[in-house]
Design a protein around this ligand. Structure first.
Ligand SMILES: Cc1cc2nc3c(=O)[nH]c(=O)nc-3n(C[C@H](O)[C@H](O)[C@H](O)COP(=O)(O)OP(=O)(O)OC[C@H]3O[C@@H](n4cnc5c(N)ncnc54)[C@H](O)[C@@H]3O)c2cc1C
Length: 401
C-alpha cells in the first residue's frame, strides 16, 4: 500500500511536469478524428505538436499500454498501479495520449496468440503509436453472421493471395495495417477462417470511403485484389482464426463498455446542462420530470460504471474478458444512447445547430453525439447478437438457430 502511495506521488509529479497544457482539455469523444484526439500512424498530421510530444513522452514510459509487459514496450504496471495512473490522469483532465485499435483490440490477442517474433515486431510500434490499425471483419452478407465471410486467402507457397471485400471498415483510409479475417477452407464455416495481418499499402488494397449523411466518412468499403501477404503474417493456427476473432471481440466489447463509445456531449455534464438550459428553481433543475429522468439516468450510469469496474477486476484476476462482456456492451450502448438523447432534449432548440456562430461547441457536439450513438447498438456486434451470446454462453440456454 505504501508502495502504491509512493507510485501515486511519483506519477502525479511526472504527469504535472510532462502533460502539455493543450493535452489537459478534459474528456474528448473517442471515435471521431477531427476532435483533436490522437490516433498516430504513418498518416498522422500532427497539427498540434503538443499532441506528438504527449504521445512520445507517454510511450517512452510504456504508459500508452500501461499493463503490457516491458519486453514489448508496455509499462509493466500492475492492475492497481494502472488504476492509479488512470486516476491521476483524470485528476489532471489529461487527454488520452493515444486512441488505437492496436491498443484496444489487436495487442491483447497478439499477447495471447502470436509467436514471440510477431510480438516483437508488432507490439512496440502499437505502443508508440507508429502504426495505425483497422479491423477487417464485416463483409456485405457477413455482419452478425460473421463466420459467413468469404474473403479468400489462398496458399501460394511463399505467400497468401487475398481476394475479396470488407465493409464498414472504420478509418481504413487512415490506417496503415489491417487485422483481417479470411477464408482459408471453403468446406468448413467456423473452422475455415484464419487471422491475417497486412500492410494497407500492399498493392491491390483499396479502401473507398463511404460518405454518410453527416458529411463525414468514418467508414470504408475495402477491396482486396490479388494482395500478396507474407506467410509469417498469419496469427495463430491455420484455420484457427475464429477463436482469435471471438477473443478480439471480447476485448472490443470490454473497451467499448469502459468508455470507448463516441462523445457524450463534449464532456458536458447532463445536470449542469439542465441547470444552464432548462431553468433553475432554488438551485435545482426546475422541470420536475426532466430532473427525475436525469437523476434516474445518472444513478443507472453510476451503477453501470461500478459494475464495469468490478468486471474489469474479475477479468484481471482471471483469464481476461469473458462472454459476460456482451452483457456490459449491451448495457453500455443503451446508457450512452439515453444520455445523448437526454442531452439533446435538455438543450432544446440549441441542440438543433449543426455548425455556425449561433451555436456553442457543446451544443453542436450534443446533436452529433446523439446521432453517432445510434451506431452503439450495432458496432462491436449488435444488441440482438449480444443478447444471443448472453443467452448461450452466459446463461447456458439452448441454441435454437
Ligand atoms: C460505428 C460502427 C463502426 C464499425 N466499425 C467496423 C470495423 O471497423 N470493422 C468491421 O469489420 N465492422 C465494423 N462495423 C460493422 C459492424 O460490426 C456490423 O455492422 C454489425 O456486426 C452488424 O452487421 P450488419 O451491419 O451486416 O447487420 P446484419 O447482420 O445484417 O443485421 C441486421 C439486423 O438483424 C439483426 N440480426 C441479425 N442476426 C440476428 C440473430 N441471429 N438474432 C437476432 N437478430 C439478428 C441484427 O441485430 C440487426 O438488427 C461497424 C459498425 C458501426 C455501426
Amino acid at each position: 500500500m505504501a508502495d502504491l502511495e509512493a507510485f501515486r506521488a511519483e506519477t502525479r509529479a511526472w504527469l504535472e511536469a510532462n502533460c502539455p497544457p493543450s493535452m489537459r482539455a478534459g474528456a474528448v469523444a473517442v471515435t471521431e478524428d477531427d476532435d483533436g484526439s490522437i490516433w498516430g500512424g504513418r498518416k498522422a498530421k500532427w497539427t498540434n505538436p503538443e499532441g506528438k510530444l504527449w504521445l512520445d513522452r507517454m510511450a517512452a514510459k510504456g504508459w500508452t499500454a500501461p499493463t503490457w509487459p516491458k519486453a514489448y514496450g508496455g509499462g509493466g504496471l500492475s492492475g492497481a498501479e494502472a488504476r492509479v495512473l488512470t486516476q491521476e490522469m483524470g485528476r489532471l483532465k489529461a487527454r488520452p495520449p493515444l486512441m488505437s485499435f492496436g491498443l484496444w483490440m489487436l495487442g491483447p490477442v497478439l499477447l495471447e496468440y502470436a509467436t514471440e517474433e510477431q510480438k516483437q515486431k508488432f507490439l512496440p510500434p502499437i505502443v508508440r503509436g507508429e502504426i495505425r490499425w483497422c479491423q477487417g471483419y464485416s463483409e456485405p452478407g457477413a455482419g452478425s453472421d460473421l463466420a459467413g465471410l468469404r474473403t479468400q486467402a489462398v496458399d501460394k507457397g511463399d505467400h497468401w493471395l487475398v481476394n475479396g471485400q470488407k465493409i464498414w471498415t472504420s478509418y481504413a483510409d487512415q490506417a496503415d495495417w489491417i487485422f483481417c479475417l479470411v477464408r482459408t477452407d471453403n468446406s468448413k464455416k467456423h473452422e475455415g477462417i484464419s487471422f491475417l495481418l497486412f500492410d494497407m499499402a500492399s498493392p491491390g488494397v483499396e479502401p473507398r470511403p463511404i460518405k454518410l449523411i453527416s458529411g463525414q466518412s468514418p467508414f470504408c468499403e475495402t477491396f482486396f485484389t490479388d494482395v500478396k501477404v507474407p506467410k509469417e503474417q498469419l496469427v495463430g493456427r491455420f484455420n484457427g482464426g475464429w477463436e482469435i476473432a471471438k477473443r478480439l471481440l471480447q476485448y472490443e466489447r470490454q473497451n467499448i463498455s469502459s468508455g470507448g463509445f463516441g462523445g457524450g456531449g463534449g464532456g458536458y455534464d447532463l445536470e449542469h446542462a439542465a441547470l444552464d438550459y432548462a431553468g433553475k428553481d432554488e438551485g435545482k433543475v426546475a422541470d420536475a420530470d426532466l430532473r427525475a429522468r436525469i437523476t434516474a439516468h445518472k444513478m443507472e450510469a453510476r451503477a453501470f460504471a461500478m459494475t464495469v469496474r468490478r468486471a474489469e477486476e474479475e477479468s484481471k484476476q482471471g483469464k481476461g474478458p469473458s462472454a459476460a462482456t456482451s452483457i456490459i456492451k449491451y448495457a453500455a450502448a443503451k446508457i450512452n444512447q439515453e444520455r445523448t438523447e437526454l442531452m439533446v432534449e435538455t438543450l432544446g432548440s440549441q441542440a438543433l445547430g449543426w455548425e455556425g456562430e449561433g451555436f456553442k461547441p457543446q451544443e453542436i457536439m450534443a446533436m452529433r453525439a446523439m446521432l453517432r450513438a445510434k451506431g452503439n447498438s450495432i458496432e462491436g456486434g449488435t444488441s440482438e447478437v449480444n443478447l444471443n451470446v448472453v443467452s448461450k454462453r452466459v446463461l447456458g440456454l439452448m441454441d435454437h438457430q
